[in-house]
Design a protein around this ligand. Sequence first.
Ligand code: ADE
Length: 458
Amino acid sequence: MKIHVLTLFPGMIEDALRWSVIGRAVQEGRLSIHAADIREYSLDKHKKVDDYPYGGGAGMLMQAQPVFNAWESVTGGKRVRTVYLTPQGRPFTQALAEELSGEEELVLLCGHYEGIDQRVLEEVVTDYVSIGDYVLTGGELPAMVMIDAVARLIPGVLGNEDSAEEESFYNDLLEYPQYSRPEIWHGRSVPPILLSGDHRRITQWRLEQSERLTAVNRPDLYEKYQRKQELIGLLLKDKRNYIHMIEGLRRGRAEILCWEGEEILLYDRRCRLCMISASSAERGERLLSLAPEETESFVVSQAFFMEMLCGGEAYEVHSECRQLLYTQRVPLPVKHKDIRKLTSAHLDYVSGHYDYDGRDYVEARIREGVMYGAFVEDRLVGFIGMHNEGSLGLLYVEEAYRRQGIAVSLEAYAINRILEKGWTPYGHVIVGNQVSFALQEKLGLYRSDRSVWWLEKK
Ligand code: ADE
């Protein structure tokens, strides 16, 4: 990801982001941070960048010209996502950090003095963002806060892949208390359950602690969490048909945009994916009006949505699928022994044999660490992975190695990785693909009795 910061104080950004996790990510080339000095773009002979506001009032304003020229020089005039840091913006949240972490390029515009001439903001800014209800002297600290929160979500930036998932704000809960050695410090003991070795009870204890802390410290978040749990409870009554929504909510990926009785609209911000279900076309129409404009894909649970969405120019039907889910808790046996997590070294092989979603998509899955390959005598002969929204897929085995149980092993292996996270493995199989249905059912997955349809932006 490439981040440009437009600022009057480039040194502030460069100095602060050289360190620790972000500094390492820059050195490893996972992220580039470039600070452009707005003053250098001033056409004034004294390099002046500010002037008095028309209509009077305290202080000075940053002028449009230097800001625009700085922006144009880093973007080449392209419509790059451009965030203006301002106390007047919408609040910066973990959800927005996740959304921005999916961008290839970002521009952060830092104001100073009393603000920036409105006209240039209207020309270049796509998002107005505040980091909190207080006023700072400039946008540099907020820009650094954003960079830190966004960068740590880029795959590979945090060493341990799990650590971005199990922490404050993941799934609307605050993180549980943690303890390290020694067992007794200042006469205070570590809670005995953490020494018990019983992982199921430890997970349960941590969840209870998270719930208690959130209820006390963040009643607003707790209310959101409870509502989500309530919706999951409802969806579980028809688990096989709504597993995509259940897992989206449970894994902290999907948020509820609307839920009124049977009308449900969820949004996975990272994939720009809407999941939608309604009891009638009329109600569906109203739900659709709440879907974000930037939605790239829909998974719809009723056929009537196809006419509504695909009638015009916007979306087209990609596939009709049945959902398959594995609801047992026990890991599956994996017969083929040489299965490994794939790395960027395998990108050419995978994208050469899987051409449905493009090379960038495959690259992102590998970077996320959710692609696994089967090797025979150290040669890659097949692979499987987890799609962006969390379903199992991207399965391929070379012709010469089929009918040897490799696909079954790959799928069992991927299922086990998902079980380890405490999730329910599920996949979408295109109606008519009997080979895939047979494979899934052989492994103990069972299928939904109704279809879902994937619709994609044209
Ligand atoms: N600039 C000044 N104060 C700010 C805030 N709270 N958030 C974002 N940008 C700012």
